[in-house]
Design a protein around this ligand. Structure first.
Ligand SMILES: Cc1ncc(C[n+]2csc(CCOP(=O)(O)OP(=O)(O)O)c2C)c(N)n1
Length: 385
């Protein structure tokens, strides 16, 4: 299947006869700044993990264009299910640097109360379901949610119709959940856009060992789903394909669309991985030199006199400052009160849980020198109701 492109590596429109991308100058600048923000935050947080200041982090280096290009084509009411390398969606939808940092530092302002691993963000108000680690679980959930939206929108014909956007890596597409989800979405005609980020690796497994067919796109065709493959480093191609996919997803009472975005995972899989144990450094260096969604858009913007060297350095320093300020605020915050270990499991804390809380209190009182709970909101009293 061919790969759709709008911008080439030099930031030049490939098809000279084509209309310029249907996006305002302000929107392009926002998309660019969102990509920069994510990449700057990534570098800072990766280093912070190495300094032992947070437990874990995952960057999306080289794949920022997929998240931000597609998010820019959705309506704010559309519902999103993501994997973990789509930080740009959160950034584009309005998750603040404080929101990121509170989750990363698992402090008392984290809506998840520190119960999830770092980078497993979620936002009810931005309509992004919380990221979950078990791969591919979000794909059938997205198909089901799209079916629910279709039913709800049918009952409320005056409301603007909504779609679900569901993101996953090509590795996650090897899970059975992927196949079940595509088939149910096709047969039930669910308004869902499946966005696969094909970055060449699932931790240490290269795509050559993941599949022998024509990537993930050929599977969409097999399920009777309209499918397109796009250059994932080309933010305009991703945006245009998603805009069209959204229109199609809402046609004829709803239907799924699959977009396979081709890219390359420039970074290690996570802070727990050293990718040079299974791929050559030169392969990564070549990719870094050859292509990058941020430089591509920057070159296009420079060609249009929308951006220049001075704006670049001023924006970079401003963003870096803002990231570090949010970092400082979140790192200083107290951790969630200890009682949060038990709350939100059931509607109310059960009798058995109260017994466990009492036991924890006994242990803390018996061994005060062993447990420093002062960094948690309320210290030992944080166990109280
Ligand atoms: C069910 C399940 N199996 C294995 C893992 C361990 N695991 C975490 S990420 C990952 C690789 C996923 O690769 P891909 O979907 O291509 O996304 P990428 O990390 O390349 O963005 C694996 C195997 C997991 N989290 N869940």
């Amino acid at each position: 299947m061919p790969t759709y492109r709008v911008l080439d590596q030099d930031g030049v429109i490939v098809d000279k006869d084509k209309e310029p991308p249907n996006v305002s100058e302000d929107e392009v600048v926002k998309m660019y700044k969102d990509m920069l923000t994510v990449s700057i935050m990534d570098v800072i947080m990766f280093e912070a993990q190495r300094q032992g200041r947070l437990s874990f982090y995952m960057v999306s280096a080289g794949e920022e264009g997929i998240a931000i290009g597609s998010a820019s084509a959705l309506s704010p009411a559309d519902v999103i299910f993501a994997q973990y390398r789509e930080t740009g969606i959160f950034q584009h939808r309005g998750f603040t640097l404080d929101d990121f940092m509170n989750q990363l530092f698992a402090n008392r302002k984290d809506p998840g109360r520190g119960r999830n691993m770092p980078v497993h963000y979620g936002s009810k108000s931005l309509k992004i379901h919380t990221i979950s680690s078990p791969l591919a679980t979000q794909i059938p959930q997205a198909a089901g949610a799209a079916y629910a939206l279709k039913m709800q929108d049918r009952q409320n014909p005056l409301d603007a119709p909504r779609v679900v956007a569901c993101y996953f890596g090509e590795g996650a597409a090897s899970e059975g959940d992927f196949h079940a989800a595509l088939n149910i979405a096709a047969t039930r005609a669910c308004p869902v856009i499946f966005l696969c980020r094909n970055n060449g690796y699932a931790i240490s497994t290269p795509t050559l060992e993941q599949y022998r067919g024509d990537g993930i796109a050929s599977r969409g065709v097999g399920y009777g789903i309209d499918t397109i493959r796009v250059d994932g480093n080309d933010i305009f191609a991703v945006r245009e394909a998603t805009t069209r996919a959204r229109e199609m997803a809402l046609q004829d009472g709803g239907r799924p669309v699959l977009i396979e975005c081709m890219s390359y995972r420039v970074s290690h899989h996570s802070t727990s991985d050293d990718s040079f144990a299974y791929r050559a450094k030169v392969e990564v260096e070549d990719w870094k030199r050859r292509d990058n969604p941020i430089t591509r858009l920057r070159k296009w913007m420079e060609g249009k006199a929308l951006w220049d060297e001075q704006m670049e350095s001023a924006t970079r320093s401003e963003l870096r400052k803002k990231v570090l300020e949010a970092f400082g605020r979140a790192e200083k915050e107290k951790k969630p009160a200890l009682r949060n270990l038990w709350t939100d499991v059931y509607a109310q804390v059960t009798e058995e849980q109260e017994e466990q809380i009492a036991k924890m209190r006994d242990v803390l009182e018996k061994y005060p020198d062993e447990y420093d709970v002062e960094e948690h909101e309320g210290g030992k009293d944080g166990l109280n109701r």
